[in-house]
Design a protein around this ligand. Structure first.
Ligand SMILES: [Zn+2]
Length: 288
């Protein structure tokens, strides 16, 4: 689980690799009107096409944007071959939004990985410009919409490790490790926005961005928050989540102590009852 979460997070570092995504593998293809899936294992190719169709439909509806060309999806089942095109050793997905290509390493959470990379393609293509788009939001929205059910808890715990950071610390020049953390934090900030204002407000904000507003102008127009107030609110939310997390752990610990006590107490009574029965039996034998 932990490994998978980190892998998903590091799938984040994606827009950088310049190697062709169809690296030296003999591909077969399967396609429909909007997608071409490149695969080696037939069952995987079919599964990937079905998942991608479902996710693409959902995402096109969310972003109100339909890509103009077919999206190519390379499904690798050999980790070594995937390493040749991956931006880093832990990545399990790569997106090349402006050539409408994604590559994924088949494994657990294939739907989440395909969905995450599809968000990158559809969302980024839908914007007139990427200027001023914070890295944390590009990743945050991809994680939020790809619904990483299995790894969600790990992702949140990872985001809250250490101090809750300021939003301006999540952009700029980040190392791959820092990018992974910033992506997880971006996920939590996006989740916070969706919880506080509702998913519709998130869509309105994206709609404003698609109409040419930069990120913070769109945020302010839809939620009333600016960079400073978002930072403050996120900080409070992050701190509260951290407390909740330790409370949850404390509650588990408390439960453990109560359970242990219950076992000790019932063992004590069992011994006492048995002793009493033995005495009564002896008494009975004595009477006879
Ligand atoms: Zn990503």
């Amino acid at each position: 689980m932990k490994r998978l979460a980190t892998a998903l997070i590091l799938a984040a570092a994606l827009l950088v690799s310049l190697v062709p995504l169809a690296h030296a593998v003999h591909w077969k293809t399967i396609e429909d009107k909007h997608l071409v899936v490149y695969y080696q294992k037939e069952s995987l190719g079919r599964a990937a096409l079905r998942l991608a169709q479902e996710e693409q439909k959902r995402l096109i509806r969310f972003f109100r944007y339909k890509p103009s060309e077919k999206i190519k999806i390379y499904v690798y089942n050999d980790p070594l071959a995937f390493r040749m095109i991956a931006p880093n050793r832990k990545a399990i997905g790569v997106a090349r939004p402006f050539s409408s290509e994604i590559a994924v390493l088949a494994g657990e959470e294939l739907r989440t990985t395909i969905s995450h990379e599809l968000v990158h393609v559809i969302f980024l293509q839908s914007l007139p410009s990427l200027r001023g788009l914070p890295f944390w939001f590009a990743e945050g929205i991809a994680f939020y919409l790809s619904q990483p059910r299995l790894v969600q808890v790990d992702l949140e715990r990872y985001a809250l490790r250490g101090d809750v950071r300021h939003i301006e610390e999540l952009s700029g020049n980040l190392s791959p490790e820092e990018e992974g953390k910033a992506a997880a934090e971006g996920y939590l900030i996006t989740k916070f926005l969706a919880e506080k204002f509702g998913v519709q407000k998130l869509r309105t904000m994206i709609f404003f961005m698609q109409r040419g507003k930069n990120f913070y102008a769109a945020l302010q127009a839809s939620t009333g928050l600016n960079e400073q107030t978002l930072d403050k609110e996120w900080h409070n939310y992050g701190e509260a989540q951290k407390k909740l997390g330790s409370l949850r752990e404390l509650r588990f610990f408390g439960f453990l102590v109560i359970a242990l006590l219950a076992i000790i107490v019932s063992a004590y009574w069992l011994i006492k009852i048995r002793k009493r029965l033995l005495v009564e039996e002896e008494d009975l034998e004595g009477d006879q």
